[in-house]
Design a protein around this ligand. Structure first.
Ligand code: SF4
Length: 223
């Protein structure tokens, strides 16, 4: 995909500044194996990382391999993960994913995207979290922060996560994909919040086409 040079230059500078601002940015979910990270990532949908880490601290003492999760009664799993929300669906995904790993993958977590996407409950975002964090592979993680910030920063005009992923991949060299994903996530939490981004504190403010929009937004809300 051909991207205008000015956009590539702007993306490169945004990437450089954000990685510099958040040099230690990484996934905050606790895990000791790629499999534990998939489970934690499934549980993290619509839930905070802190809550997931509390739940998995107990859960992984009961079970931490695909074989153990594949055999765990669904009621027991639902009870253990209940506080992460959407626990019926999450339990179904974790159990189904574990059963398929045992049946089709010899109990090992795959590396390539095609195999990841065969697993129940595993979409590109989950696959890319594991690829970037557990395997140290280049991957763009299109979570809610990444989608919001890449749109605000004018790095994409797309809405669909897989299109946004492709747009950003075309703009940046692959050695920056994973670090940039984590840095964006940290920036989304710390500065570029969904409702009230702190544009005056943003290291990319002068490069962001949305910076001028938010003072008006806040005034119009009377805040
Ligand atoms: S300038 Fe504002 S909208 Fe743009 S990335 Fe920074 S905080 Fe977000």
């Amino acid at each position: 995909m051909a991207m205008p040079q000015a956009l590539r230059d702007r993306a490169a500078e945004i990437c450089r500044r954000l990685i510099k601002e958040y040099p230690d940015a990484t996934c905050r979910l606790n895990f000791t194996t790629p499999f534990e990270l998939i489970v934690a990532t499934i549980l993290s949908a619509q839930c905070t990382d802190d809550r997931v880490n509390k739940v998995t601290a107990d859960l992984f003492k009961k079970a931490h391999t695909p074989e153990q999760f594949a055999k765990m009664p669904i009621e027991e799993l639902e009870k253990a993960i209940r506080s992460t929300g959407f626990y019926h669906n999450k339990a179904k995904s974790v159990r189904g994913m574990s059963q398929m790993l045992v049946k089709d993958f010899g109990g090992r977590v795959p590396v390539n995207m095609e195999d990841f996407l065969k697993l129940p409950g595993v979409a590109r975002k989950t696959a890319n979290v594991v690829r970037a964090t557990a395997y140290d592979l280049p991957a763009i993680i299109t979570d809610t922060h990444f989608i919001r910030l890449s749109q605000r920063l004018g790095l994409t005009e797309n809405e669909r996560p897989e299109k946004i992923e492709q747009d950003v991949m075309a703009l940046l060299p692959e050695e920056h994909w994973s670090k940039f994903s984590h840095a964006i996530l940290f920036h989304g939490r710390a500065v570029c919040a969904a409702r009230k981004p702190a544009c005056d504190k943003c290291v990319a403010g002068d490069l962001c086409p949305s910076a001028f929009k938010f003072p008006h937004f806040e005034k119009s809300k009377g805040s």
